[in-house]
Design a protein around this ligand. Sequence first.
Ligand code: PFF
Length: 452
Amino acid sequence: MPESRCLQGIWSSPWIFIFAASGSAVGLGNIWKFPYVLGQNGGGAFLLVYCLCLLLVGLPVLMAEVALGRTVRSNPIDTVNDLSERHILHSGWVFVPWLAGVTGFLILTFYSVIAGWSLAYLDRAVSGEFVGITQEAAYRMFDTLLATPAEMLLWHTIFMALVILTVGQSVTRGLSAVVKILLPVLVVTLILLASYSMLIGNSAEALNFMFRWSWQDVSFDVILAAVGLALFSLSVGMGAMFAYGAYMSKRMSIARACTIVVGVDLLVAILAGLVIFPLVFSFNIDVEAGPSLTFVSLPIIFGNLLGGQFFAGVFFVLLVVAALTSAISMLELFVAWLHERFSMTRLKAAVFMGIAVWFVGIAVLLSFNHWDNKLLLGLNVFELLDSMTSLVLLPVGAILLSIMVAWFIPHSMLQNEMITKQANHFQWWYKTLKFISIPAMVVITLAGWIGG
Ligand code: PFF
């Protein structure tokens, strides 16, 4: 990519990268996925392993992606092609960004369906359907939605249209301005809801579940789930952060920016847990319920809250916007590549990719009803895509990307990028990536596969 073209896209304020990257990281992964994966993996032990994974795997890999993106200032596919033309990398490494793009694409096919559920719940929230809702009615509401593919298709289509229109614009425009407002409002809303939920729910058991742990609860399955979720939640291993790194100003310390993004991401996930689990325990909702957990618990909270209709409306708008700012980063890799490589307009590229995602998404939404039959290994289309991306494609993508950065990109090229006022950041990051993150990811992923 010509230098002049990319330079126009550089975000002027260092904070813009932090907002955009946090917008990608914070989404359904924090509010929908984190609570149910925590529920399925025993609570406290999972949270502890998850924090370690964020710190020792997620953060170093995130820094690697951002550093590489900022070094070359191009989309990931052209970056690797460019480095191979300059004989820095073997051309075979182009497999890594392709894998990343395909992973983001596949994640978006089910992410959009779940975001569609959030839109459906926004609709129910503002029409007052949560008011005074009982536990049985909350279950029924969710089951009815799953049993109505036409409604799911409508919301999935609306969400994908929003994604296409947003990605079709330049990524620099508007995104960080939206996230700048979204994040603080989301955090404050979650704090209010968590306080309320702790007040009316079984807070003692929720805190016990979330924060108490013992070594016996730490299995390879728990560790593999934690690595998968950490990568998913930070949007790493998919080239999304790589693409945002390409827009990042040189003035910003990569270590500092990425640490802030990880902190915000963890904070939102823990707050979401504190909203959901007190209710789960006081209403005897099955903690291992899986993907339905958030969508069954939330209406009960709002249904019993004074002004619940208003809060529910605000909350689901925030959830949809958070999902949108994440979803756009999943398409960014291919859209940027089609735009830069083939001079396709961003909108055309977004329509092209978005329609393909929309099609596969139809198979996903049918897997909750007509196509509920198990396809492969006892999993339906949704479960297959979810497990394949979180347990296979994301870890493999992150491992390959990290090996490429840590072992094959010249040390000096990265060092220039990573240098900050505290130069020891570089050594800390480089050694952690090489000697902790990569071996840990390889061992955990292989052990999880063999054990699973
Ligand atoms: N990090 C997002 C979330 O937690 O909801 C999900 C995500 C965004 C995954 C971007 C992948 C991606 F490329």
